[in-house]
Design a protein around this ligand. Structure first.
Ligand code: 3PG
Length: 344
């Protein structure tokens, strides 16, 4: 499995007062008055910024904004975003007129410990999208360390997401994939997961990732679980269930839904106490279905067993015993075993 250095490692390895560049995605929609229309991306950045600030670092935020193609475009300045970020953080966020050179260097050096400065749009330089080595080195020049917290720009091999990592010690921000300890993790599916998340963003779909998890030393009966934040899974523990906050988020989504399609359990439901999240969510969906508030459709081998284990399967609107066939049929695919029965 690949290993990534986290913010905890950065804090442990780096002296307070050091200059940390964080690659953020400040590419947020503005309304006609230039105010931020949707601050979700800024809000997601707050945990990393707050942790770096509380650790006494001097923080420079790098980001692109729009597609200015290597030119300075006034409407694509990050200056108003710096103000919005400061409002969300409840602390002054300064602004540097350039992301490299004297302007960046001086703005970062002027920060107090814990201070934050937004550096001007990286795409005002052609070297950004070209992943130019000289530009990447210029970006890195003032920094003691670099953090990437811009998952939504991680599909770009640009100087501020890629080239810069060759010139300065590099860490993952809290919005990137967190350490999962000794949990099973299919690294080979990472690109698929990225593609799904990018598609979801394009389509305006919400992917509910768990805010917390139940962890234990091993997948075995008799273990007691411990609830931790999703970004704080200890290195010697494995995730065996979703946590109570995560289940609360899922049930809140059920409340707003007319129909749900359920595939797969939430945790290692075969062993107590790691069946808690699956049981709770399944029973919640079953209760909404009984009230006539929800159409609940489920499928998949494990899913049937998990819903029956929770005592919820009988109340679902329909539970298919199929797994892959259920999903492919929902996708609209022709199932060979069905097509072969056609008499035409
Ligand atoms: C986005 O809005 O999806 C990211 O900020 C990436 O922007 P880009 O598609 O202009 O690289």
């Amino acid at each position: 499995m690949s290993s990534y250095k986290t913010l905890d490692a950065l804090v442990a390895e780096t002296a307070g007062g050091s200059i940390i560049l964080i690659r953020a995605d400040l590419n947020v929609p503005l309304d006609e008055r230039g105010a931020v229309r949707d601050a979700t991306r800024l809000e997601r950045l707050l945990p990393s910024l707050e942790k770096l600030s509380q650790s006494g670092f001097r923080i420079g935020a790098l980001s692109h904004f729009g597609r200015p193609k290597g030119q300075r475009v006034a409407e694509m300045s990050l200056a108003p975003i710096a103000v919005a970020l400061g409002d969300l953080l409840g602390q002054k966020v300064t602004f540097a007129e350039d992301c490299i050179g004297d302007a960046a260097q001086e703005a970062l050096a002027a920060l107090p410990e814990g201070g934050i400065c937004v550096l001007e749009n990286t795409r005002f330089h052609a070297g950004e999208e070209a992943d130019d080595a000289d530009f990447a080195a210029a970006l890195a020049a003032p920094a003691d360390a670099y953090v990437n917290d811009a998952f939504s720009a991680a599909h770009r091999a640009h100087a501020s997401t890629h080239g810069i990592t060759k010139y300065v010690p590099t860490y993952c921000g809290l919005a990137m994939r967190h350490s999962v300890g000794t949990s099973l993790c299919e690294d080979s599916m990472l690109e698929t997961a990225r593609a799904i998340m990018a598609e979801a963003e394009t389509q305006g779909c919400t992917i509910l990732l768990p805010r917390d998890a139940v962890v234990a030393s091993q997948f075995a009966a008799g273990q007691s679980g411990e609830t931790v934040a999703a970004h704080a899974v200890p290195d010697d523990k494995m995730i065996l269930d979703a946590g109570p906050d995560a289940v609360g988020d899922i049930c809140a989504a059920f409340d707003k839904a007319a129909t749900i399609i359920w595939n797969g359990p939430l945790g290692a439901f075969e062993i107590e106490p790691f069946d808690a999240a699956t049981n709770h969510a399944a029973q919640y969906a079953a209760a909404l279905t009984r009230k006539g508030q929800l159409t609940s459709i489920a499928g998949g081998g494990d899913t049937v067993a998990a819903l029956n284990h929770a005592g919820a399967g009988k109340d679902f609107t329909y539970v298919s015993t199929a797994g892959g066939a259920f999903l492919e049929w929902l996708e609209g695919k022709t199932l060979p075993g069905v097509a072969a029965l056609s008499q035409n």
